[in-house]
Design a protein around this ligand. Structure first.
Ligand code: GDP
Length: 394
């Protein structure tokens, strides 16, 4: 055989072998999925045209099917807080009567006992005057009341059955039932009402803001709290807790931050959330009048860039007597007080402060604190208050 024939046969064998190899590799490329049971292959880079999703070989498990890990690996989650439903305000002042019954209020029953004597002589009238002054009523209102009582006793006699009614009438007149004691807490011009709560630390200011939030929630109002008492360390925390109990948000800043900026943020939140009312707790440092004026003045000015302040409530502790009146004077010179909240009336035998402070400032007592309980804040009602002072008929 000639040599060139061997060469042709060799080339033909080589050609067939390389064709066979090409066909096999094309088949493998078409079927890249490994055969069941085959060892997994290392992941490769996706290529153009590959499916974006990984194929679902196993059916999706439902929640019921999924096995839970053993109990001890689960972390305890706190139960969702249940919101409290605050008590409605009607009749809250009635509780004051029970509380005062323990405190031997000289203003109520003391007066009634004196007026029920068989003979009301000059000495008795002096005792009546002393009783009123001791109960913080103030000199001028005391003289007015005694003059009116003298006239009525002279005209109507001093039969003890009617004495309670006379005293009741005259005390109500003294407290002045004609004053408007409503709170301006309604939205206006599409903006929330803003209530600034001012007063010296320790009077019950923060507690009052918390209790007032509950009063408003009970009236189905949407409330935002502003913790602008950034001076007292625990105040913001305290207020946040009050809010959480009734689902009311509290806006707060870092301790020692600018009260005006916290107040501003709170009112801004109230505007954004379309709240009905923003209650702002303020710091009650009374180291000097100028400092207080600067601070409260700034809070009011800054807040009023957004919307007007509708109420400035001054919180006074009923047990502090003349000291409370002095504080009232200073605050009223610094801000335009629109209403007074008299706290701790339950612990005071001197309800006369209601009369004195109204006269002093020319603004009405709008709310009274009647205990440490969450719902121990009552709208002030002269008739129910005098009833509480007089206690049960003797
Ligand atoms: P703030 O420093 O003025 O904000 O004072 P707080 O709100 O912290 O209150 C001071 C204390 O007064 C707290 O122990 C309150 O529970 C208490 N307090 C507030 N209001 C009343 C009230 O109407 N009656 C009684 N008995 N205690 C009150």
């Amino acid at each position: 055989m000639p040599e060139y024939l061997y060469l042709i046969i060799g080339l033909a064998v080589l050609l067939v072998a390389s064709l066979a190899g090409l066909v096999t590799s094309m088949r493998r490329g078409r079927d890249r999925r490994p055969a069941p049971g085959a060892p997994p292959t290392a992941p490769t880079e996706p290529r153009v045209g590959d499916d974006a999703e990984t194929p679902r070989d196993t059916p999706t498990r439902t929640v019921e099917d999924a096995e839970l890990p053993p109990g001890d690996t689960l972390t305890e989650t706190a139960p969702a807080p249940t919101l409290e439903r605050p008590e409605s305000t009607a009749g809250r002042l009635v509780r004051l009567r029970q509380r005062l019954a323990r405190s031997q209020s000289p203003l109520g029953r003391g007066l009634l006992a004196l007026l029920s004597r068989d003979v009301i002589d000059e000495e008795t009238w002096e005792e009546i005057e002393d009783t009123l002054i001791t109960a913080d009523v103030g000199v001028t209102p005391t003289q007015e009341l005694v003059a009116r009582l003298r006239t009525r006793v002279r005209v109507e006699g001093s039969a003890s059955a009617s004495m309670r009614d006379i005293l009741h009438d005259e005390l109500v007149t003294l407290v002045d039932p004609s004053l408007d004691r409503s709170l301006d807490v309604d939205r206006r011009d599409g903006r929330p009402a803003v209530v600034l709560v001012v007063g010296v630390n320790g009077t019950g200011k923060t507690t009052t803001v918390g209790k007032l939030a509950r009063v408003l929630v009970a009236q189905d109002k949407q409330v935002v709290l502003g913790a602008a008492d950034t001076f007292r360390a625990a105040a913001a925390e305290q207020l946040t807790t009050w809010g959480e109990r009734v689902g009311v948000p509290a806006v707060r800043g870092p301790e020692g931050s600018d009260p005006a900026s916290v107040a501003f943020e709170a009112v801004k939140t109230g505007v954004e959330q379309e709240a009905d009312v923003v209650l702002v707790d303020t710091a009650g440092r009374l180291q000097n009048k100028a400092g207080l004026m600067d601070e409260l003045g700034k809070v009011k000015r800054v807040v009023e860039k957004l919307t007007p302040v509708t109420e400035v409530l001054l919180v006074l502790d009923a047990t502090t007597g003349q000291n409370g009146l002095q504080q009232a004077r200073v605050f009223s010179q610094v801000v335009n007080v629109s209403g007074i909240v008299l706290t701790k009336l339950d612990g005071s035998a001197k309800g006369g402060i209601v009369v004195a402070v109204q006269r002093e400032l020319g603004v009405p007592v709008k709310l009274v604190g009647i205990g440490e309980g969450a719902d121990d804040l009552a709208p002030f009602d002269p008739d129910a208050f005098v009833d509480a002072l007089l206690g049960e008929t003797v």
